[in-house]
Design a protein around this ligand. Structure first.
Ligand SMILES: *Cc1c(COP(=O)(O)O)cnc(C)c1O
Length: 360
């Protein structure tokens, strides 16, 4: 068996020990004679798996009391509607800070349910920097302020937490949750699909402050009503059971590796290998403002785009896959989530150096 270095933006590489444990437990989970996939979500076995996954997530992110953790379906794109359906009703309007394709999509979707104010946008600079908070035009009457903490496509990431005063801060953390410590108490709500850094696709994590429950618009579907889900331990409808199980295994693995501080250290070290090379290269470049560079998704361009395909094929031949950049940005993108070992990034940089020598 050969495993590749998988630089996919998502669904993305998972820790090998997690996959091995899942394989070992596939047919018979803990002597029950059943796969986790075959369990009733209301049985004591799955309830224990669910409770452990939640407890581990709470421990890793140091989630304070007064916040609910929900495991939902619908993904982050679903949340683009589910967030306003549940929160915008408080005042009818919301602020959105647009820093790339994902937050732009969020703002567009929310406009169906309330009045959306674009408090700031980095679009004029082609989304290569996060607008400074001093330039944001926040509305004190907004029901919430929405940001995307890490723009998976453009490769810009907040390295500071906005201060929105009494207005709850809502963050799409799909692509950087569990990659570094966060202060949950600074947020009203955090959401993210699992398939970048927490597990497989199918489960969406929502961390929501208690006082934000109960403001859903009448049109909000029951399955997407945070209050109803909170009252039912995320089991108002059948939750994505297998994805929750894997998420729990990933959390256990992250905890064993030292938790958020250790992950942050590992991710900083990995990203540095790549950015240091990009900064020294005259053939490859990354256009993001240094202070806003993502530690998770690193887009880069070749000086000669006609060599893109040659680069991708060369990488593939060396066991490195999914490096093609998003069509809206072009070039390449290396997604280097928690489960990407530093050896993968070193192998990539080694290849880039060779490529530059040959084609530069
Ligand atoms: C991947 C991603 C999404 C979309 O997630 P889906 O699971 O496809 O709904 C949204 N926001 C961010 C930041 C992402 O990285």
């Amino acid at each position: 068996m050969t495993r590749v270095f998988n630089f996919s933006p998502g669904p993305a590489t998972l820790p090998e020990p997690v996959l091995r444990q899942a394989a070992d437990e596939m047919l018979d989970w803990h002597g029950t004679g059943m796969s986790v996939m075959e369990m009733s979500h209301r049985g004591k076995e799955f309830i224990s798996i669910h409770a452990e996954a939640e407890a581990l997530l709470r421990e890793l992110l140091d989630i304070p009391p007064g916040y609910k953790v929900l495991f939902m379906q619908g993904g982050a794109i679903g949340e683009n509607a589910i967030v306003p359906l549940n929160l915008v009703g408080a005042t009818g309007k919301a602020d959105y800070v647009v820093t790339g394709d994902w937050s732009k999509k969020s703002a567009k979707e929310a406009a169906t349910y309330g009045k959306v104010n674009i408090a700031a946008t980095g679009e004029a600079g082609k989304f290569t920097a996060i607008p400074k908070q001093s330039d944001w035009k926040l509305d004190p009457g907004a029901a919430y302020v929405h940001i995307c903490s890490n723009e998976t496509i453009g490769g810009v990431q907040y390295h500071w937490t906005p201060d929105t005063g009494k207005v709850p801060l809502v963050a799409d953390m799909s692509s950087d949750i569990l990659s570094r410590p966060i202060d949950v108490s600074k947020y009203g709500l955090i959401y993210g699909g699992a398939q970048k850094n927490m597990g497989p696709s199918g489960v969406t994590v929502v961390i929501v402050r208690d006082d934000l429950l109960g403001h859903a618009l009448p049109v909000c579907p029951s399955a997407f009503n945070y209050k109803l889900q909170a009252e039912n331990d995320s089991m108002y409808n059948t939750p994505p059971t297998y994805a929750i199980y894997i998420l729990g295994l990933v959390c256990k693995y992250v905890k064993e590796r030292g938790g958020m501080a250790a992950m942050a250290e590992h991710n900083v070290a990995k990203a540095k290998v790549l950015y240091d090379f990009l900064d020294s290269s005259s053939y490859f470049r990354n256009s993001v403002a240094k202070e806003d560079r993502s530690l998770m998704n690193v887009p880069f361009h070749l000086k000669d785009p006609s060599k893109d395909e040659t680069f991708l094929q060369g990488a593939q031949a060396r066991g490195m896959i999914q490096l093609k950049g998003h069509r809206s940005v072009g070039g390449m993108r290396a997604s280097i989530y928690n489960a990407m070992p530093i050896e993968g990034v070193q192998a990539l940089v080694h290849f880039m150096k060779e490529f530059e020598k040959e084609h530069g």
